[in-house]
Design a binder for this molecule. Structure first.
Ligand code: ADP
Length: 256
């Protein structure tokens, strides 16, 4: 009877081990598939601007450059597409740094200055859209954090709040430290995101409105970068949104 028990116990263990192994393998397959999908998506996303750049350059070279108006128009397209290509490569590199678990340096970040810097880069769009931006970040607020990672989070959330807003809309940016946690919130009065789309917007290359996103110069990687950087820093992000009303992205990061 004792022997039988031992055998039984052993076989239960073995079954558990097999189950764990199977689970590992499905996990590995899933990761492998995700990597394959990512490479496929990247190639596709790179192809679009490259095709446009070479197509318009070729047309210019084969005579279109003689007409000043056409030349200007085509050069503008070539410039915009190469800017998009540049952004795409920067975003892919940003994701690859978190994928490879690469740690950067912890620095003292002056949050208000970082926010204002990002807003400065978006000034033209903010003015065009006549948006009201309010920054509720205490002047003295600093955090000890990997500056480059925090910047990716702040930059992408602010960019989206501006871009997916409506004319005369509002953007509110708030930050505070409470109980060793850094809270950062970006609220907009923009187009909003439907409930079923909300979990998907953090996926790589996922866009709610593909046509509109293409014009935005966005890469579809912004929120994936935000989420990966937050995960890397041990924090979390929450999205509250209502279609046609607006969205709020709330970030919580632990401070050591
Ligand atoms: P993109 O480069 O297209 O902006 P993101 O990963 O930053 O890529 O966002 C994914 C999608 O989520 C966007 O294409 C857009 O449809 C939606 N989205 C992101 N932020 C907002 C927002 N603040 N308001 C409404 N929709 C948003």
């Amino acid at each position: 009877a004792v022997d039988a028990n031992v055998i039984e116990l052993d076989s239960v263990k073995a079954q558990q081990q097999i189950l764990v192994l199977l689970y590992d393998l499905t996990d590995m397959r899933r990761i492998e598939q995700m990597q394959l999908d990512f490479v496929g998506n990247v190639s596709h996303e790179l192809k679009t601007p490259i095709t446009a750049i070479s197509g318009f350059a070729e047309t210019l070279l084969s005579g279109a450059q003689d007409d000043p108006e056409t030349r200007e128009q085509f050069l503008k397209i070539i410039y915009d597409e190469s800017q998009h290509l540049n952004q795409l490569i920067q975003d892919i590199l940003a994701l690859s740094r978190t994928d490879r678990n690469q740690h950067g340096q912890t620095q003292t970040v002056h949050v208000q200055a970082m926010v204002n810097n990002e807003l400065g880069l978006l000034q033209q769009l903010i003015q065009q859209r006549e948006l009201t931006v309010s920054v509720k970040v205490p002047e003295q607020l600093t955090v000890q954090i990997e500056a480059a990672k925090l910047e990716q989070i702040i930059k992408n959330l602010i960019y989206n709040a501006v871009f997916y807003n409506r004319d005369h809309g509002k953007v509110t940016i708030e930050a505070e430290i409470k109980a060793q946690q850094f809270y950062f919130r970006v609220q907009d009065t923009g187009i909003g995101i439907a409930a079923d789309e909300q979990p998907r917007v953090f996926e790589r290359f996922y866009r709610v409105d593909k046509a509109r996103a293409r014009n935005s110069g966005g890469t579809g990687l912004g929120l994936a970068i935000v989420q990966e950087n937050i995960k890397f820093l041990g924090g979390q992000i929450r999205l509250q949104s209502q279609l046609g009303v607006g969205s709020t992205f709330s970030v919580e990061l632990p401070l050591d």
